[in-house]
Design a protein around this ligand. Sequence first.
Ligand SMILES: Cc1cc2nc3c(=O)[nH]c(=O)nc-3n(C[C@H](O)[C@H](O)[C@H](O)COP(=O)(O)OP(=O)(O)OC[C@H]3O[C@@H](n4cnc5c(N)ncnc54)[C@H](O)[C@@H]3O)c2cc1C
Length: 379
Amino acid sequence: MSVRTVDLLVAGGGPAGLAAAVHAGRAGWEVEVWDPRSGALDGTDAGTIDKACGEGLMPGALAALLALGADPAGHDLLGVRYAAGGRAATADFRHGPGRGIRRTALHAELTRAALEAGVRLERRTVGAVDQDAGGVRVAEVRARHLVAADGLHSPVRRRLGLDLPAARHARFGLRRHFTLAPWSPYVEVHWAPGAEAYVTPVGDELVSVAVLGAPGSSYDARLAAVPELRERLARAEPASDVRGAGPLRQGARRRVAGRVLLVGDAGGYVDALTGEGLALAFAQAEAAVAAMRAGEPQRYEQDWVRLTRRYRWLTAGLLAGTRPRALRRAIVPAARALPRVFDGAVNELARPVGPLPSPVGRQRVGRVASRTRSTSRST
Ligand SMILES: Cc1cc2nc3c(=O)[nH]c(=O)nc-3n(C[C@H](O)[C@H](O)[C@H](O)COP(=O)(O)OP(=O)(O)OC[C@H]3O[C@@H](n4cnc5c(N)ncnc54)[C@H](O)[C@@H]3O)c2cc1C
């Protein structure tokens, strides 16, 4: 078998893998991305990758996405609203909107940006990984580095023996889309006794509803526990099948193993409750490529710890704090009683995770409103 050499091989063509590929491709590296589900290789929308996701990009995630040269259409998100028992607390994003974006639109735009950066996309699986001091070998390809961006259950992480044991209190996410005009420009989090329902407007006539919670009940059963939502959705046509993911909490012993770097969900994930997965994926992709380019891949480990600290603490804290029923019932009243604290927490999650995006990215953030329409019939 003749050996082909590249600078970077990326396992996984999701947001983390494509973002890493764009950064490396723009730096003049020869980059290949392998994903068995990779679609849109011909530049059309056919076969774009879908995934269970709440599809809400916080303002920081949106800024990072625009800086990558990807600008998918969607729906403006003006803030976050917590709701339960007919009461709600709302916090506006202070530094510009986020955007609700269908995963298929996100994937198509990131694919386009990757192709523009000269990245080669292949519809295939990364299997056995061999490495030595000078590089990584996967099938007939020898790469200077491998980025494993192969998702929550990362096969590369498992092969390298980096999986942490399963966490207690496993949680899963399920999502479905509905054809109806968004009733609010906010990401709504409805707190039900055993689950949270997440509503994100993603288009003028399209709403994404994700439910998060322990395993054991169906999507419809979970929605039924939120009367306000059940009524709103009663006459709306489902626009997609139910799609799920989990257990959400996944850990890695470390993020760097020689010349292999774990990026995105592959490097570890706490929960979708705070809607930060994409912001983290983009920030980690940028940090991983910077470390590889500096010839110090091991530096990415400390960068990862720094970039994810806020997310890990806030998300784990919110999960633990809302597990007891009494505290769970108190979350919306508390957010209403302490609006500054709620506003501060929401805007802490909304700000960029990593270094500020390039000036080009910042300018484009200012144009967000002209590309998307925000419907503001309030609840
Ligand atoms: C229910 C739910 C709701 C969420 N809501 C939000 C939200 O509102 N906002 C937000 O920012 N984040 C949210 N997230 C998190 C977000 O979806 C993830 O953080 C994000 O998709 C991570 O991207 P990734 O590229 O790391 O992984 P993925 O998107 O999972 O991509 C991994 C890719 O790797 C490929 N792959 C797997 N194995 C191999 C292999 N051996 N070789 C090659 N390729 C392989 C897969 O086919 C896949 O395409 C949510 C997650 C869930 C589950």
